[in-house]
Ligand binder design. Structure first.
Ligand SMILES: Cc1cc2nc3c(=O)[nH]c(=O)nc-3n(C[C@H](O)[C@H](O)[C@H](O)COP(=O)(O)OP(=O)(O)OC[C@H]3O[C@@H](n4cnc5c(N)ncnc54)[C@H](O)[C@@H]3O)c2cc1C
Length: 144
């Protein structure tokens, strides 16, 4: 059965998951990139290096954000949201980075990782910390 998720389910998926995809478009190019994130109930917070994704979102801050939960090909849930990129700086960036680290660090523990070396997906002092303010959100599902 295919259907639409409730807004409650949409919020729950955004809060539960940590891996999403950002779709952006600038200067005639469309680009989709997987990123880890934390959701604060309004904004998705992420970090990225100063590469194509950041250059394109600076050029055009209107983006699309997608998250999914897949049990199998006949049992899945997904969320698609319109979003607005905003680069964070100063104390806003510091508190956003703390939220990210608190959310992702427990998922990154391994036998070889030490607390000092563990940062979410290579976050460095040179990483850009940014938020995507989510606007219209839709959710779909398929269940057996
Ligand atoms: C599960 C997962 C989680 C990730 N989480 C993060 C995260 O939280 N933060 C983060 O910065 N990065 C994360 N990455 C890596 C991310 O997808 C990008 O590779 C990275 O952010 C660099 O993107 P960029 O646009 O700056 O690429 P650039 O370094 O500018 O890349 C140049 C070109 O390389 C190609 N390219 C870039 N990334 C990829 C890719 N993932 N796969 C295939 N081709 C690619 C594209 O053609 C791009 O134009 C994650 C990747 C995965 C798979």
């Amino acid at each position: 059965m295919l259907g639409n998720l409730t807004q409650e389910d949409v919020e729950s998926i955004l809060k539960t998951e940590v891996l999403g995809r950002i779709g952006c478009h600038a200067n005639g190019r469309t680009y989709v990139v997987p990123v880890t994130y934390v959701y604060d109930g309004e904004r998705v917070i992420c970090h990225s290096g100063r590469g194509d994704l950041i250059r394109m979102m600076r050029a055009n801050p209107d983006v699309c954000f997608e998250v999914e939960q897949i049990e199998n090909l006949a049992n899945w849930r997904s969320v698609v949201a319109e979003g607005q990129f905003e680069e964070l700086e100063g104390s806003d960036a510091t508190s956003a980075a703390e939220l990210l680290v608190d959310r992702l660090m427990p998922l990154m523990a391994s036998a070889t990782a030490t607390p000092q070396s563990m940062t979410p997906h290579g976050m460095t002092t040179d990483s850009v910390i940014y938020s995507i303010l989510l606007g219209k959100k839709s959710g779909r599902y398929e269940s057996p």
